[in-house]
Ligand binder design. Structure first.
Ligand SMILES: Nc1ncnc2c1ncn2[C@@H]1O[C@H](COP(=O)(O)OP(=O)(O)OP(=O)(O)O)[C@@H](O)[C@H]1O
Ligand SMILES: [Mg+2]
Length: 504
């Protein structure tokens, strides 16, 4: 066994935050080493140090026996280390191939870019990833899952020996995850060392040889995966037992708040294909309604239509309190009392130039504030209150939003939605990238909100999550509703069958 990277007393301070403190452990050549820890534990920070993204830190890195002094990602890449970031890091205005070759463009005579060759090689790599993404497609037109694959392709192009994956599956469907696992197997067969960050226990236990747990920036323990279990790891992460929640809520028959009748959304350029087709359902006051389905089944599109955020016009009826509404813009939906937490926080959710507090209080729409929902000092108090209830880990309200860990950024988006005091809350995969402790807090919060009369429509790619929190679950397959289950008789098995089977 040789040591690929030795992490020695590494520390990192951002302003008042000690993100990493005296962290030491070794990565063995060829292993898949998982890093776990709560949101803000310091995982991404440590990975950024290994990948040369962060160059100022305390302590030392020894790579292949030599002390590393990376001045940037290029130095790390030259040592064979590359990273797939948690928050995708692509240039949206460029093509897939251009992103894969960014900074290492292939040229022909006189330095002209060799587009055909880059596109050809990109196609080969993408095919290796079992992906049919067109190399000349603009990255901005891809959904999150495909963007992530482009990042992976970029790392593969570099002939990486040590690959860091920071929550690579957080935006992938089950099928894509299975595909990623195959890619990982192939990389391991080639001897690539993999550092793998994830909040998903099953995934970590399926893939890893060893697990290192960080807590509050400190090293807790490294354990061999075969010698431990999820319960022990959870305990190491949070330093206390986490109770498994029992579903206790039963809801009474209540008024219908939102009714959707025959909602259809055409698939532009695909005659006869539908993003959504004849979707009808009712959402009652105080109800938590889940929407299950594979990625591409229309979950996000459904929520976007209800929120007036769909690029294309839908047909059918959306009735709020019995009144037909036809939102052309999210501002109108928000005024009517609908709020949405989007799945893609970087693209649709956050304002990277603004502070944590501003991101929470910003209601991009003056209508909302002038409607008297929030103003001035009440606003600040409300922001402080949300930061506390959601336990957002931030140095202060004035800190820049990009200084927060991924999971904490997600909490800010949820906080912002709650500030508008919506009657209907649309949550698109809200616990993506959120640690297990914060997840159970979020479920509790959803139940509290529902008990106070808020109606919630929630999608998730994690079925156990929907099963534990929803009163009812709808299943979408290729844009159509194929099943509806009461919480009491829904099972993962039944939902998967409805999501993948021959359908109605
Ligand atoms: N550029 C920065 N400026 C200030 N603080 C930062 C910066 N980057 C990270 N931090 C802080 O360092 C701590 C560790 O953050 P990090 O992103 O490493 O957490 P993480 O373990 O990856 O969490 P998550 O699971 O949410 O992704 C957090 O408190 C975070 O707010
Ligand atoms: Mg992180």
């Amino acid at each position: 066994m040789t040591t690929a990277i030795s992490i020695q007393q590494v520390g990192k301070t951002f302003g008042a935050v000690r993100a990493l403190d005296d962290v030491s452990f070794d990565i063995i050549t060829g292993e898949l080493h998982a890093i776990m820890g709560e949101n803000g534990a310091g995982k991404s920070t440590l990975m950024k140090i290994l990948a040369g993204v962060i160059t100022q830190y305390d302590g030392a890195l020894v790579v292949d026996g030599n002390r590393a002094a990376f001045q940037g990602t290029r130095d790390a890449e030259a040592s064979g280390i590359s990273i797939i970031h948690q928050e995708l890091n692509l240039v949206e205005q460029l093509s897939v191939a251009a992103n894969i070759f960014l900074g290492r463009e292939l040229t022909r005579f006189y330095g002209f870019l060799n587009h055909p060759e880059m596109e050809r090689r990109a196609t080969v790599i993408l095919a290796e990833l079992e992906s049919g993404i067109a190399p000349d497609a603009l990255v901005s037109t891809l959904r999150v899952g495909d963007q992530q694959l482009v990042e992976i392709a970029r790392a593969l192009m570099l002939q990486t020996r040590i690959l860091i994956m920071d929550e690579p599956t957080s935006a992938l469907t089950e099928a894509e995850v299975a595909r990623l696992y195959r890619v990982i197997e192939r990389l391991r067969a080639k001897g690539v060392t993999i550092l793998y960050i994830s909040h998903k226990m099953d995934e970590v236990f399926h893939l890893s040889d060893r697990i290192t747990v960080l807590r509050d920036g400190r090293f807790v323990q490294t354990v061999a995966t075969k010698d431990t279990n999820p319960r022990e790891i959870a305990h190491l992460m949070v330093g206390r037992e986490i109770s498994v929640r029992e579903k206790a809520r039963t809801i009474q028959a209540a008024d219908v708040v939102l009714e959707v009748k025959n909602l259809s959304l055409p698939w532009p350029g695909r005659a006869g294909k539908w993003r959504l087709k004849d979707v009808s359902f009712r959402l009652r006051k105080g109800e938590i309604l889940g929407v299950a389905g594979l990625m591409g089944a229309g979950r996000t599109e459904l929520l976007e239509c209800l929120f007036g955020a769909s690029e294309h016009r839908s047909t059918g009826d959306i009735l709020l309190d019995g009144r037909a509404c036809d939102f052309r813009h999210p501002a109108q939906a928000m005024q009517a009392g609908i709020a949405m937490v989007t799945e893609d926080r970087k693209r649709l959710g956050l304002f990277s130039q603004l502070s944590v507090g501003e991101n929470i209080s910003i209601s991009a729409l003056s209508e909302v504030s002038s409607a008297g929902i929030i103003s001035g000092s009440r606003e600040r108090a409300a922001v402080t209150d949300q930061i506390r209830t959601l336990r957002v880990r931030t140095a202060s309200e004035e800190a820049g939003i990009t200084t927060l860990s991924g999971g904490n950024q997600q909490k800010c988006i949820i906080a912002r939605c709650l500030l508008t005091e919506p009657r209907v809350l649309l949550l698109d995969d809200p616990t993506r990238g959120v640690d297990i402790g914060a997840k159970s807090e979020l479920y509790q919060l959803m139940e509290d909100l529902a008990s106070n009369g808020m109606s919630i429509l929630v999608t998730s790619s994690e079925l156990p999550e929907l099963l534990s929190v929803c009163d009812r679950i709808l299943v979408l397959k290729e844009g159509r509703l194929t099943a509806e289950f009461a919480a009491s008789d829904a099972t993962e098995q039944k939902i998967m069958e409805a999501a993948t089977g021959p359908g109605l």
